[in-house]
Design a protein around this ligand. Structure first.
Ligand SMILES: [Zn+2]
Length: 232
């Protein structure tokens, strides 16, 4: 039997590409929404994508989880449970985290709508952007790969509003209303997104990430020609 002459019907699968750095040779799979954001029992369909271990292992998930579950703790049972148990444990373990969080929780702020009405009281949070946004950007890269089927380069430009719920009283609400739903994990995470001029050089997109029902961040990815050149 000569197997050499048998034509190969299938090409070897290409080595998986890492969705974070865009290079091939991904040697593990990463939970796009961090595993630690969920409480057990965790959903069976958690989104994972190929990534280099070195690329996905250096985000400060604990810091982001503490911030986001704290923002959501008044409205969501899951957030409350994370806040009451896991978070407390990480506080006990980590004195620096405790100190850093204490300094980021600022006194309650009355949020005044443009019409002058107070419509919310919320703990003001000063986010350490260098600890928080790299993980949020990674999540957007994962959602982009999953929903659009294209990779966003690591240096993509993003403009964030961490209080996107407040925009719903403005005319930006129409963007959210025009958007479509992405993945949803009850009580933990939900995503909506809006693509503008996709497939052209002016393509842009808006992503809403909702954590623990209450913390809604909006990420705008402008057209590529408006991305600033790599600055090193
Ligand atoms: Zn990588």
């Amino acid at each position: 039997m000569n197997t050499e002459s048998t034509p190969k019907r299938q090409d070897k699968p290409a080595p998986p590409v890492c969705y974070i750095c865009g290079r091939d040779g991904a040697n593990s799979r990463d939970h796009v929404i961090p595993y630690s954001f969920f409480k057990s029992p965790r959903p069976a369909d958690m989104l994972t994508l190929p990534a280099h271990y070195a690329c996905h292992n250096n985000f400060d998930e604990e810091y982001a989880r503490v911030i986001l579950s704290g923002l959501g703790s008044e409205g969501s049972a899951s957030a409350k449970e994370l806040w009451d148990t896991k978070t407390k444990r990480s506080f006990e373990r980590s004195a620096p985290l405790r100190k850093s969080l204490r300094s980021s929780l600022v006194p309650k702020i009355d949020l005044i709508s443009p019409a002058g009405l107070v419509f919310d009281h919320t703990p003001g949070i000063r986010i350490e952007t260098q600890r928080f946004y790299p993980l949020m950007r990674k999540i957007v890269q994962g959602l982009y790969a999953h929903h659009i089927g294209e990779l966003l380069p690591r240096d993509f430009r993003s403009l964030w509003n961490p209080n996107a719920l407040l925009e719903l009283s403005t005319d930006r609400r129409r963007f959210l209303e025009a958007s479509q739903f992405g993945i949803i994990y009850q009580e933990i995470f939900g995503c909506r997104y809006l693509l503008v001029d996709q497939g052209t050089t002016d393509a842009s997109s808006v992503w809403w990430l909702c954590f623990y029902n209450d913390a809604v961040l909006r990420c705008f990815i402008p057209p590529r020609h408006l991305w600033s050149p790599r600055s090193k």
